[in-house]
Write a protein that binds this ligand. Structure first.
Ligand SMILES: Nc1ncnc2c1ncn2[C@@H]1O[C@H](COP(=O)(O)OP(=O)(O)OP(=O)(O)O)[C@@H](O)[C@H]1O
Length: 651
C-alpha cells in the first residue's frame, strides 16, 4: 500500500473509533488507544485534517531553552554519546522540555529539509495537544517511556515515523525533559524497535543522575547499588544528605526506596522524610566514615524496607574536596593560580607544581600550544610569589626585530651605537631587577644573544652595550614556547646549555580542547569580557554547547576573540549559537524556520543551497543577492518559494 492509501486507511480507523466502532482498533496497544481517545475527546483533534509539523519561532525556542538551561549543559555529553550510537542507524535525537518543544537536536545535515518537514527538528512542538499521539507528547502525559511506531501516531502526517521517548525527572520527581530518538523510515513491525526503548531509557537515567549530581554537588551524596562492583561506576541509587543524616533529595531509584520505607512506616506528619539512618540500618558516623574506614570506599548497608543488602559509597561535596583532604600534599591555595583551572587533571598537576615553585628561585619553562595561557600562568606565578611587589617584564622574542633585540634586552650606554638614544637606555633585563623576566618564544632569540642571556642567568649580571663593567641583577627568568624544545635544540636553534639553565622546572599547559574544565574557562573568559566592557550579556545553553564542542586550534585566545565578537555584534543581551563566529560552529544546527509546503517542482537541492547561503550570510539578503548575482527581490521570491523565513521574522 502506498503512503497516501495508508493515511486514508489510518484516518478511517480513527473516525470509526470516534463513532464508537471498534473495527481494526483492537490490535492497538491500550496506551495508544487511550491517547487517541484523549486526542479526539479532550483535545478535539480532527483525524481527517492532518496538520503539518509545527516549529516554534526563534524567540519562543530561546524562552523554552532558558527554562532548562542547566539541564541542557549537563545533558550535552549524554546527548552526544547517544547520538554517536544511533546516527549510523538513521535515527535523529531530540531533547524536549516538559512542554514538548525540542530544545536540543542532533541529526544528519544532508536530511535537513526532510527532517524539518517531519518535525524532527530544533524547535519542533511535540505536545500531544497539538501533534496528537506521539512518543514525546504521550510520554509527557503518562510520565513513562514509550515507543510510538508508525500508524500508532494519531496524526496521519506522522505515520511513517518511528519515535521512542523516555522522561527525565528532576530530584523532586517532576518530569523536566524528554529524551527522544526517531527515524523517518523503519521496518513495519513494532518489534524492530525493541532495542530502542532500553537504550533511550538508559541514557535518560544517566542524564537524570548527572543532573542530580550537578544540583547537589555541594552536598554529601550516598551512592548505592546491590552489585558491589557497580557502585563506583554506575550505582543506581543517589541520596543527598546533610551531615546529620537528614535526607535532602534522591534520584528516581532513591525515591522508590524512600516511598517503600514510608509505606511501611508511614510519616507522622506531612512533608516528613526519613533520615538516612532510618532508611538503612547504619549509624550516621558509619556513613560519614565510609571513605576512611574501608579500602575500596564501600560499605555494606541493609535497607530496613525489604531487608535488602546494598553496597554504598559516599561522595563528598565538591567544594570541600578541592581545598580539603583529597589534595593533602598541595601547599596552601594561591588565589592567582587557583583561578586558572577547576577540574582538569593536567591542570591540577601544573598548578600543584606551580604552587610549590612560587617562592623558589628555580627558572621555569612553560610550554603549550599558542594561546593556551603561558603568559597568564607566568604572571600568576610572579604574582603569587615573594617577587610580587617587583616588576613583571614580558618580552616576546618573536615580536622584536632581530636587530633590536640586543639593545632592547641588554640596554646600552650613551653613544654606544649610532642611532641610539643620546642618554642611553636601561634594557628590559635591568628593568626586571627585583622581579620576573618573562621571555616568550625563547626559540626565536638569535644564537649570539642566547650566549649573553646564559651569562645573565648564570652570573646574575647584565652587560649593557658599550659598558665596561657588568651590572648585578636579581631576577627570576620564566621562558615559554609553543615549539618542541628538544627539536629546537637538536636543530641547533637553541643552545643546549641555555636549555638546561631555563628548564629548572617544566610546566606543560594542555590545549583547550583537551581540558575537562572547558566550561569553567568559557565562563570565566566570558564573565571577564562582560565586566571589562561593562555590558550585560548572557551565554545561552546552545552557544555554550557549541563552544564546548569546538576544537579551538587557537585555544583560549581564539575563544576570547570569539566571545568578544559575539558580545560586539549581538542584538540584545542573549548570546546564542547564531551569534558566534561562523568558524567555531562546526556542525551547528540550522536555525528553526517555519516550513511552508514547498511546491513539488522546487528541487530540494536548490532550497538547501539557498538555506546554506542565507545562514552563512546571517540572513543578510543583500549579501546573498550579491553572491548569487541576482537582485534582492529575486532572493526574497526564492525564499518564499522554498518557505524560508528569516528567524527574526517568525511569529
Ligand atoms: N585562564 C584564563 N582565563 C582567562 N583568560 C585567559 C586564561 N588563559 C589565557 N587567557 C587569555 O587568553 C589569551 C592568550 O593567553 P596568553 O597570551 O597567556 O597565551 P600564550 O600561550 O602565552 O600565547 P602565545 O603562545 O601566543 O604567546 C590572553 O588574552 C589571555 O588573557
Amino acid at each position: 500500500m502506498d503512503l497516501r492509501a495508508e493515511k486514508r486507511q489510518h484516518i478511517d480507523t480513527l473516525i470509526q473509533l470516534s463513532e464508537g466502532k471498534e473495527n481494526g482498533t483492537g490490535s492497538f496497544r491500550d496506551v495508544i488507544r487511550r491517547s487517541w481517545e484523549r486526542c479526539m475527546g479532550e483535545y478535539r483533534l480532527d483525524p481527517s485534517r492532518p496538520r503539518a509539523a509545527r516549529v516554534v519561532t526563534h524567540q519562543t525556542l530561546r524562552e523554552h531553552q532558558e527554562t532548562v538551561d542547566e539541564l541542557l549543559h549537563v545533558a550535552r555529553v549524554g546527548v552526544d554519546r547517544l547520538y554517536a550510537q544511533i546516527a549510523q542507524l538513521g535515527y535523529v535525537l531530540l531533547l524536549t522540555d516538559n512542554r514538548g518543544i525540542a530544545v536540543e537536536f542532533r541529526g544528519e545535515r544532508q536530511q535537513d529539509l526532510a527532517l524539518r518537514k517531519a518535525g524532527l527538528y530544533l524547535g519542533a512542538d511535540w505536545d500531544e495537544r497539538y501533534a496528537g499521539t506521539c512518543a514525546v507528547g504521550t510520554c509527557l502525559h503518562d510520565a513513562q517511556a514509550i515507543t510510538c511506531h508508525q500508524s500508532e501516531h494519531f496524526d496521519a502526517t506522522h505515520i511513517s515515523l518511528t519515535c521512542t521517548a523516555a522522561p527525565i525527572t528532576d530530584p523532586q520527581g517532576q518530569v523536566i525533559a524528554v529524551l527522544d530518538i526517531s527515524a523517518l523510515r523503519s521496518p513495519r513491525f513494532l518489534e524492530s524497535q525493541n532495542f530502542v526503548l532500553p537504550l533511550v531509557n538508559l541514557y535518560a537515567r544517566m542524564i537524570e543522575d548527572a543532573y542530580f549530581m550537578h544540583r547537589y554537588r555541594d552536598c554529601l551524596i550516598l551512592r548505592y547499588d546491590t552489585a558491589r562492583e557497580f557502585v563506583h561506576l554506575n550505582g543506581k541509587g543517589l541520596i543527598a544528605i546533610e551531615e546529620n543524616g537528614s535526607i535532602i533529595a534522591a534520584n528516581s531509584n532513591g525515591r522508590l526506596m524512600i516511598d517503600a520505607h514510608l509505606r511501611r512506616w508511614p510519616a507522622w506528619s506531612p512533608g516528613w522524610s526519613p533520615s538516612i539512618t532510618e532508611l538503612f540500618d547504619v549509624e550516621i558516623s558509619e556513613v560519614l566514615g565510609i571513605l576512611s574506614t574501608s579500602d575500596d570506599h564501600l560499605r555494606a548497608v541493609r535497607a530496613r524496607a525489604g531487608d535488602i543488602t546494598y553496597f554504598a559509597t559516599l561522595i563528598e561535596p565538591r567544594r570541600r574536596r578541592i581545598v580539603g583532604q583529597s589534595l593533602p600534599t598541595s601547599p596552601t591555595p594561591v588565589p592567582a593560580l587557583d583561578v586558572l583551572a577547576t577540574d582538569d587533571p593536567s591542570m591540577h598537576k601544573v598548578l600543584k607544581l606551580a604552587r610549590r615553585l612560587c617562592n623558589e628561585e628555580v627558572n621555569v619553562l612553560i610550554t603549550g600550544e599558542t594561546g593556551t595561557g603561558k603568559e597568564v600562568l607566568a604572571r600568576a606565578l610572579h604574582e603569587s610569589g615573594s617577587r610580587a611587589k617587583g616588576p613583571f617584564i614580558a618580552v616576546n622574542c618573536a615580536a622584536i626585530p632581530e636587530s633590536l633585540i640586543e639593545s632592547e634586552l641588554f640596554g646600552y650606554l650613551p653613544g654606544a651605537f649610532t642611532g641610539g638614544r643620546r642618554k642611553g637606555m636601561r634594557g628590559l633585563i635591568q628593568q626586571a631587577d627585583g622581579g620576573t623576566l618573562f621571555l616568550d618564544e625563547i626559540g626565536d632569540m638569535p644564537l649570539p644573544l642566547q650566549t649573553r642571556l646564559l651569562r645573565v642567568i648564570a652570573e646574575r649580571e647584565v652587560m649593557p652595550l658599550g659598558a665596561e663593567r657588568a651590572i648585578p641583577v636579581d631576577l627570576r627568568v620564566i621562558t615559554a614556547t609553543h615549539r618542541d624544545m628538544s627539536r629546537l635544540v637538536a636543530d641547533g636553534h637553541l643552545r643546549e646549555d641555555l636549555y638546561y639553565r631555563i628548564n629548572g622546572a617544566h610546566l606543560r599547559l594542555p590545549p583547550l580542547r583537551e581540558r575537562a574544565d572547558r566550561h569553567y574557562i568559557i565562563r570565566s573568559v566570558f564573565d571577564a569580557l562582560v565586566a571589562e566592557r561593562q555590558q550585560r550579556g548572557r551565554l545561552r545553553a546552545d552557544a555554550m554547547s557549541a563552544l564546548l564542542a569546538y576544537t579551538w586550534p587557537g585555544n583560549i585566545r581564539q575563544l576570547k576573540n570569539a566571545l568578544a565578537f559575539a558580545l560586539a555584534t549581538v542584538e540584545g543581551d542573549d548570546i546564542t549559537v547564531y551569534d558566534l563566529p561562523e568558524e567555531c560552529l562546526g556542525d551547528k544546527p540550522p536555525p528553526p524556520v517555519t516550513l511552508i509546503q514547498a511546491p513539488a517542482e522546487s528541487p530540494a537541492d536548490d532550497s538547501q543551497v539557498l538555506l546554506d547561503l542565507l545562514r552563512h550570510a546571517r540572513w543578510n539578503i543583500s549579501q546573498v543577492a550579491r553572491r548569487l548575482g541576482v537582485s534582492r527581490p529575486t532572493v526574497y521570491r526564492r525564499m518564499r518559494r522554498h518557505g524560508l523565513i528569516p528567524p527574526n521574522q517568525l511569529r
